[in-house]
Every structure is written in C-alpha cells, then in structure tokens.
Design a protein around this ligand. Structure first.
Ligand code: 4AD
Ligand code: MG
Length: 476
C-alpha cells in the first residue's frame, strides 16, 4: 500500500478511503487520539486507535516525535478542528523517540533553544511553516522570472573577483596552512595554490550575470553568496541566498519597476498558496506581540500587511530627499538616532526603518545615492556626485533589495576602477563588455532570507534558513 500524504486526506471527499499514513507523533492523548504530522502541511491528521485492542506496550511507545505508520479508514471527524480523521486498524512504531531525551516537546521552546537543535527544529509547527513558505517563495521566484522571459544563469560560487569591492570574502585554498609556500619576498605564494591564484567564495553573482545579460538579454542568478562581515545582527548571515536579475537595455526606472513587479508577484503567489502556514505564522506573531507595548506592535496582521504591499504602488524618493526628511524628523530633532544623518553618509537601519515604518508606512525605493558609498559598477549620474542606485526598503526589514543601473561607458568605468583601486587586469573580462557592444543595462539583488523573514514575520534571519552560518557558528 502506498503512503498517502496528510495534506490530501483532509477533505470530506476522502471519507471511506482505506489508506496508509506515515509521520511523526505530535501528541497522544486519552490513550486514543494521536495527532500525526508528516510535514506535507501544517495540520495534523487525527488518528483514532482502539483503546482496548491496542496493547500497552505499543501505547507507551506512541510519544511525541516517534515515527509511526498507520493503516485505516478515513472517517468524518466528530471532534472539532478537523474535517476527517483516521480510524486506525493497524499501527506500527517505525522509530521511537524517548521522551526523556527527545528535546522537542509540545511546549513553547525559545527560538534560541531551537537554533541549538536546528537538526530537529523542523519538527515544530513554526519551522515546518517557515520552510514550506521558503519553498513556495523559491518556486515563485523562478516562476516570475521564467514568465517574464528570463533565463537562469548559474554563476560561479568560487570566484577570483570581489564584486562588491567590500573585501569581506572567504578565501578558498588548498594550501597547507601549517606549511604555506612563500615567494622570495616572503609573501604567500598563491601560484602554488589550487587555482594558481587567490580565490574566494562569491559575494554576488552580479558581474558574471552582467556578462550573460549582454547576450541573452535578461538573465537571473539565484544562488548562495558569502560575506565574511563580522556583523552579528538579526538580518545578516555569512552565507545567504540571493536572487540577481540583470537586464540589457534597461535603465533605472525599468529596474525599479521590475523589482516592484517581482516582489508583488511573489507575494501574490504565497498569499494564494500558503494560507494555512501564513495564518499560523500570523497568529504566532500576534501572540508574541501581546507582550510588547502598543507602539512596538504591527499595525495590521501579517497577511493584511502583505496584501497591502501587493495593492499599493511603491513610493519613490531620492537619497537626497530622504536625508532631508530624516533631518526634519522627530527622532532627529530629539537626538534619538544613534548614527549621524547628513548628505554623504550611508543610511543606517534606524534611518531606513523610520522612513519605511513611520514616514511612508510601506515599501519605498530610495534612488540616487552618493557615489562614494556605493559600488564601482553603478552608473554615474550627470550631477557628478550621485549614482543610479536603488535600494528597496520594506517595513520590519529595511533593505530587502539593492541594485542599480550599471556603468556602461568604458572610460567612466575605467576611471571608477582607478578610484576604487581595482586593477584593470583583474576585471578585464568585465571591461570587455563595455568594449564590445556595450549597452545600458541594470539589475538588482534581493536577499532571499530577508524575503522569507518579511513574508513569515520571523524576526531573526537565523530562523528562516535551515542551518545559519554566522560568526563563530557553523554547526551542522
Ligand atoms: O546590497 P547588496 O550587497 O547588493 C549586491 O550584492 C549587488 N551585487 C546586487 C545586484 O545589484 N545584483 O546585497 C543585495 C541584497 C541586500 O539588499 C540584502 O537583502 C541581501 O542581499 N543581503 C544580505 N542578506 C543576508 N545577510 C547578509 N549579510 C546580506 N548582505 C546583503
Ligand atoms: Mg545593499
């Protein structure tokens, strides 16, 4: 008999069917009712066993976390909260879970505790919901770009280039660190290393995606990226996934439109397809926020917030205007901001959050940042001070997308390389696209985990990726 997934057994039409289910016990009460979860959906299937006919030895082994198989008939449920239940005829314990030592019990565990048990936290309702939604988001991303005529490009994970120029890279080497080969002048001889030169884990697939876009027209990468920045925040990971579209013949305005369309399409899909999980996450958030003072709670429940993003156009503001708004804000005047607000400095998350949560109260695209705080590849504006950059900020997260129109003029790009100390022979291939058939083009990067946080309402990025990598932490 083939295993049936619980998600398919929950409607009235299933009544009368004889089925086999396999899953993990969530609870067992009154020696009779098992709540079984097989991961196919948030909801459990209620199994009803024959109290008298089932021997005590078996009953003792029906504990939270145990894997079991049950054969029986689907019946209409008399109990509340479920349409169907399984009247069990045969029950088999597949794998015991000793209640003395199984750490995931049916009580509220803290997120910190569950992070230490990340190998088992999938067994909780919260993480089941988060990872099903994560999957749906992943699928929605590929669907959106495919429907828009993009081609996915697999950009390299090991790279010789530092796309963002931030130097926060993990080095990849096969050199024996206890016995490093040296050149005559005493420096490490990377000619002896695996690639014959230094290599790193990529911080972004953008530069390579640009090369693809300049032939295939519109491409996107969606892969893991790595940053060795020592920032221990709730929004940073050392390993995260990024979606990076790149479009030829597209300027900043169409880049902004693509970002907005993309985010909206993805939200629409998960709102339609993940209602049960989102409802659970919404209630979870409401519960958690009961303990917070009113002004720290969300104004609307999770799904309503996401729907509002779908329904309203994103607001646009230039960096210069944003600085002006911030300087006229209450927290600025009351000296509540920790970091300075003046033209030329990067916006900190406290500033982004004020803009997006207090002032605009919805997604905002900030454009035209000072050239000095942005990457070398961004297109210079005519004012000589700013570049055609865009960051998309959303409430609760801050920056979710960063992108720009790219500098397509060879001489300007070469000047930028010089200014940023990027040797031309390191990026000769990138410069070549500006030598041969150069054209206006644009793209952006969306942090996938930030997207998952946004959609699930989870407040720590470590809780939306199965096994987070952060400073001092690479367990599992
Ligand atoms: O703004 P970033 O650094 O932009 C780039 O890497 C460009 N090459 C993208 C492009 O134009 N193709 O990163 C893009 C996004 C951020 O907006 C944020 O959502 C996410 O990636 N991000 C991180 N997410 C988790 N942990 C980190 N350490 C992140 N750093 C950036
Ligand atoms: Mg950025």
């Amino acid at each position: 008999m083939q295993r049936e997934r619980i998600v398919n057994l929950r409607d009235e039409a299933q009544v009368g069917r004889e089925v086999l289910v396999q899953g993990w016990v969530r609870t067992f009460r009154n020696d009779q009712f098992i709540a079984l979860n097989d991961g196919s959906c948030l909801g459990n299937l209620q199994l009803v066993i024959d109290r008298e006919a089932t021997n005590d030895d078996i009953k003792k082994r029906i504990t939270t976390g145990a894997a079991i198989a049950a054969k029986g008939v689907i019946e209409a449920s008399q109990g509340r909260g479920q349409v169907t239940e399984l009247k069990v005829m045969e029950l088999e314990i597949l794998g015991d879970a000793d209640p003395e030592s199984f750490p995931i019990q049916m009580k509220r565990h803290t997120m910190e505790f569950l992070r230490e048990k990340a190998h088992l936290r999938f067994r909780t309702s919260t993480f089941g919901a988060v990872f099903r939604v994560r999957h749906a988001l992943n699928y929605a991303v590929h669907k959106f770009f495919t429907e828009q005529g993009f081609f996915q490009m697999h950009t390299p994970i090991i790279t010789g280039s530092d796309a963002e120029g931030a130097g926060e890279m993990f080095q990849v080497t096969t050199l024996d660190l206890d016995n490093v080969p040296k050149t005559e002048d005493g420096t490490v001889d990377f000619a002896e290393d695996f690639f014959g030169k230094t290599a790193n884990l990529t911080v972004s697939g953008q530069l390579e995606a640009e090369l693809g876009a300049m032939a295939l027209g519109q491409v996107y990468t969606f892969g893991p990226t790595f940053r060795a920045e020592n920032s221990n925040t709730s929004r940073h990971l050392a390993e995260f996934w990024m979606i990076e579209p790149e479009v030829a013949f597209a300027d900043l305005a169409s880049n902004m439109k693509l970002a907005e369309d993309c985010l909206k399409a993805i939200l629409r899909d998960v709102l339609a397809g993940c209602d049960e999980d989102l409802e659970f996450l919404e209630n979870r958030e409401l519960q958690a926020e009961k303990q917070l003072p009113q002004d720290q709670r969300h104004e609307a429940p999770l799904r309503a917030r996401l729907q509002a993003v779908v329904d309203a156009p994103f607001q646009h503001v230039t960096y210069t205007e944003a600085i002006d708004l911030l300087q006229r804000s209450k927290p600025y005047k009351k000296k509540k901001f920790k970091y300075p607000v003046e033209w030329g400095v990067d916006l900190q998350s406290e500033h982004e959050r004020w803009l997006v949560e207090k002032h605009f109260n919805g997604p905002v695209i900030i454009t035209d940042y000072p050239a000095s705080i942005k990457a070398f590849y961004m297109r210079q504006n005519d004012d000589g001070k700013t570049v055609a950059a865009m960051d998309v900020l959303v409430p609760g997260i801050g920056e979710i997308i960063g992108g720009s129109q790219r500098e397509e003029r060879l001489d300007r790009l070469q000047a930028k390389c010089a200014e940023f100390n990027i040797p031309e022979d390191h990026v000769w291939w990138y410069l070549d696209t500006r030598r041969f058939g150069s054209a206006v083009h644009s793209g952006f990067g969306m942090g996938f985990e930030r997207l998952v946080m946004y959609v699930t309402g989870m407040t720590n990025i470590r809780d939306v990726i199965p096994f987070p990598r952060t400073p001092q932490n690479a367990e599992f």
